[in-house]
Each structure stands twice: as structure tokens, then as C-alpha cells.
Design a protein around this ligand. Structure first.
Ligand code: NZQ
Ligand code: ZN
Length: 393
């Protein structure tokens, strides 16, 4: 295990009805609130009205609506302008990862003289940020309990991230009932994103991290257990609650601390999203099993076999390669059974830009030197090409 600092300052208010504490929570920071939200799901499910009722009288509520899935840096610029103009004291992000990520960038950009896109090339430019409170409405990214933010620059077709302790939410309200209205496609995307965060940390060069890996295996089992229940019955409270808490714990440092290296599937997926504006979690589900198959070797077989044994209850074979192959097959088949579109063609991506996206992937991420298994541009291209057709086992 490697050295690490672990500090998550987010106060989590979990469970039904916790939103009633919102006025007290915000009072700690001030009266001028910027409410940030997406394309309107919070209006349709009643959360917007609840917030107005709770805050309408005692707070000066300003709004930034229309945050895009794959949030644009142009929206961040608008938000920062609003914060400066109205002397905002606290940002309230209500939505999913896109809304929360956008809010993080707004909170930091308010104090930055240059353009917020600069943060993606140097996170140290984030020197100050407005306090952030979130109300999460979809279980997926973990953004509600971490300092990461992923932004899209539509002009340059880039999707890049920054990370800073300054933008870790102060308080996050996690009420699983707000995720009842999440459509199945987004539930699938959310679950595959949670799994991917766990996989990216689990398949890692650093060995002897049983604490982190045991937590990750437990969270993976949770996601595999509850996703079909949530798909079948979107208002199953316990399924939604378990998925929600899993999303936060999968990416708050618990399973990644003490390890090093660069994530492979996220690097590749962010190029697909940047070029084709696809849903992050769906892109991950498509790429992940192809990546697993591509990097499977005598060296990695033991690890994949362990994953299959602990997460899918596969019997340990004397030949780890066999168990490993079965585990990868199950990873693929499970996504398929859940209803994830599992080829690039199904999400509108053909072979035209694969080469360019592979080039950009290795330009943006040090996958050659820092990945679990080194990936050159040719490897990334092979994974993209394999994603065009169904997998066979
Ligand atoms: O915009 P609205 O109308 O709210 O609709 C959203 C959006 O269309 C909808 N939705 C969310 N909650 C809902 C709901 N619809 C009905 N009922 C509800 N309760 O779902 C759609 C997707 O929302 P989005 O916020 O984009 O989803 P998600 O949470 O998956 O966030 C994805 C973004 O986060 C980034 C991704 O790259 C992507 O840009 N990530 C952020 C990370 C982080 N900050 O740590 C890590 C991740 O790996 C990821 O890269
Ligand atoms: Zn992700």
C-alpha cells in the first residue's frame, strides 16, 4: 500500500425527508444562494417546488438552469458571472454529476480572473471557491462527495477534468426517493459508472490493498444485486438507497487511496463523450469488457479470477485464466441482460473517428506509462474497434 491522505469533509444527510434541513444548512453560509440545475427533471418530480417552498421566504434565490449532461464550460462562465453579479454566498447544486461538476467549476471560477477551462490543465489554479451544497438526484458519479469535476469544451471537442479539495461539497443531501424518477437508461448508466469507478481502482498496479479491495468487492456486489431491482421497480426504496450510497462510497477516496496510476476506461470514454456527446456510463459499459479482454494475460489472469470469485461467486479453477475469462464474459453479459446498448453503433458511433479519438486518448492520459496495463494508441484503437461488434466467448 502507498502513502495517502484521506479526508472527506462532506456532511452527508442521508434518507427520506432530509431536505427539510436545507434552510439550516444554507444559513451557515449566507442568504444569497445560486440554485443550479439541469434540463428540468427537478421541476417534473416536484423537487424544485419543495426547494422554493423551503427557501422562498428567507433566502435570495438566483437560478442557473439548463446545465447539460456532459456540462459545457460555456455554462460555467455564465454561472460565475451570476455569482459575481449577485454576490452569491453559497451554490446549491440540485441534480446529477453534470450539475454538481458544473457547480464546482462555477464556485471556483467566481474567484478566478482567467477562463475556467484553464482548471483542466492545472487544478492548482483553483485557489478559492464558494461553498457548495448538493441535493443528489441520480446515483452515479460520486461527485456529491469528492473534489472532481469533468467539463466539456464543445469548441475543441475536449472533455477534461480537474480536482481540488476546495470544491468538495460541504453538505450533500442524499434522499433516495428523489431517484425514483430516474429513467431506466440513466439508472443503467449510473450503475455502470459506479462499477467502473470500482473496477478502475480494483485493477491497479499496487498490490496488497485488501481493505480497499474488500470494500470495492462489497460495493460491486451491491450494485449487481440492486440494479435489476431498481430497473424492475424504480420506486423500490432499498434498491435506490443502496445504489445511492454505493455511488458516493465508490469515488470518495475509500477504494482508491493507497493506490496510484491512471484510469484506462475513463480516459477512453471521455473521448467518446467529447466527440459524440454520449452518456458517460453507457460508454463505460461498452468499453469495459473489451478493455478487460484486451489486457487479459498470464500476468493479469489471477486478478480477474479473484474478481470473478469474489463478485460473481465463480468457483476457483486450478487454471486462473479460465475463471478470468468467465468473469469477463459475465461482466459483458450482465450489462447486456440489464438492457445496456453494448456496441458503439447503437449509440451512434461508427468507425470514422476512432483513430483520431485513440490519438486524443493517449494525448490526454498517460496510459502508456501509468495504466494498470500499458496502453499505446494502437491498443486503444483495438479496444474501440472491438466495441463496434458484439463480443463472443
Ligand atoms: O438535466 P436533468 O433534467 O436533471 O436530467 C438528467 C440528465 O438528463 C437526468 N436525471 C438526473 N436525475 C434525475 C434525472 N431524470 C429524472 N429524474 C431524476 N431524479 O439524467 C440525465 C443525466 O444526468 P447527469 O447529471 O449527466 O448524470 P450523471 O450523474 O451520470 O453525471 C454524468 C457526468 O459526470 C461526469 C461524467 O463524465 C458526466 O459528465 N463524471 C463526474 C465524476 C466526478 N465528478 O467525480 C466522475 C465520473 O467518472 C464522471 O466522469
Ligand atoms: Zn465515471
Amino acid at each position: 500500500m502507498e502513502n495517502f491522505n484521506f479526508k472527506v469533509e462532506t456532511n452527508i444527510l442521508f434518507g427520506k425527508g432530509q431536505v427539510s434541513k436545507l434552510p439550516n444548512v444554507l444559513n451557515e453560509f449566507g442568504k444569497n444562494v445560486l440554485l443550479v440545475y439541469g434540463g428540468g427533471s427537478i421541476k417534473r418530480n416536484g423537487l424544485y417546488d419543495t426547494i422554493q417552498e423551503l427557501l422562498g421566504k428567507d433566502f435570495n434565490l438566483f437560478e442557473l438552469s439548463g446545465v447539460e449532461p456532459n456540462p459545457r464550460v460555456s455554462t460555467v462562465r455564465k454561472g460565475a458571472e451570476l455569482c459575481r453579479e449577485h454576490h452569491i454566498d453559497v451554490c446549491l447544486a440540485v441534480g446529477g454529476g453534470s450539475t454538481i461538476d458544473c457547480t464546482k467549476a462555477i464556485a471556483a471560477a467566481t474567484f478566478y480572473q482567467g477562463d475556467p477551462w484553464d482548471f483542466t490543465s492545472d487544478s492548482r489554479l483553483v485557489t478559492q471557491a464558494l461553498p457548495i451544497v448538493t441535493i443528489l438526484t441520480i446515483a452515479a458519479t460520486g461527485s456529491e462527495m469528492n473534489g472532481g469535476s469533468v467539463l466539456t469544451n464543445a469548441d475543441t471537442k475536449e472533455k477534461l477534468s480537474f480536482g481540488s479539495r476546495k470544491v468538495v461539497p460541504k453538505v450533500s443531501i442524499l434522499d433516495p426517493t428523489y431517484t425514483f424518477s430516474v429513467p431506466n437508461y440513466q439508472t443503467l448508466a449510473g450503475s455502470s459508472d459506479i462499477l467502473s469507478h470500482l473496477f478502475e481502482n480494483y485493477f491497479n498496479k499496487t498490490t496488497d490493498t485488501m481493505v480497499q479491495d474488500g470494500i470495492a468487492e462489497g460495493l460491486m456486489r451491491t450494485v449487481y444485486h440492486y440494479t435489476p431491482i431498481a430497473l424492475e421497480n424504480p420506486e423500490n426504496y432499498d434498491a435506490r438507497a443502496n445504489l445511492m450510497w454505493a455511488s458516493s462510497l465508490a469515488l470518495n477516496g475509500l477504494t482508491g487511496s493507497g493506490k496510484s496510476g491512471i484510469w484506462s476506461c475513463h480516459g477512453m470514454e471521455h473521448e467518446l463523450s467529447a466527440y459524440y456527446d454520449i452518456t458517460h456510463g453507457i460508454g463505460l459499459a461498452i468499453i469495459t469488457p473489451r478493455w478487460m479482454k484486451h489486457i487479459l494475460s498470464e500476468k493479469t489472469a489471477e486478478r480477474f479470477a479473484e474478481f470473478g470469485h469474489r463478485v460473481f461467486d465463480l468457483e476457483k479453477d486450478t487454471n486462473p485464466m479460465k475463471t478470468a475469462e468467465k468473469a469477463i464474459e459475465l461482466t459483458y453479459q450482465t450489462f447486456k441482460e440489464w438492457g445496456v446498448p453494448m456496441t458503439l453503433g447503437e449509440v451512434g458511433i461508427d468507425n470514422k473517428l476512432l483513430d483520431e479519438m485513440a490519438e486524443q486518448t493517449v494525448k490526454h492520459k498517460e496510459l502508456t506509462t501509468e495504466a494498470y496495463v500499458s496502453l499505446e494508441k494502437e491498443d486503444v484503437l483495438a479496444i474501440f474497434e472491438a466495441s463496434l461488434k458484439e463480443m463472443t466467448f
